[in-house]
Write a protein that binds this ligand. Structure first.
Ligand SMILES: [Zn+2]
Length: 47
């Protein structure tokens, strides 16, 4: 069994997400943004 997905912690809401369920932050290993916060940020940017 290959487990290539890593676990990350969202920097905004502290939710755990895997690779593909959010966007890892290259500057902070193990941290990133979950899809919820990504869509929220996108909505805020485009609004
Ligand atoms: Zn989040």
């Amino acid at each position: 069994m290959m487990s290539s997905s890593k676990m990350y912690v969202c920097r905004r809401c502290q939710k755990n997400f895997k690779t593909g369920e959010g966007k890892p932050d290259i500057r902070f290993p193990g941290l990133g943004r979950c899809n919820d916060c990504l869509s929220t940020a996108a909505a805020n940017t485009s609004a």
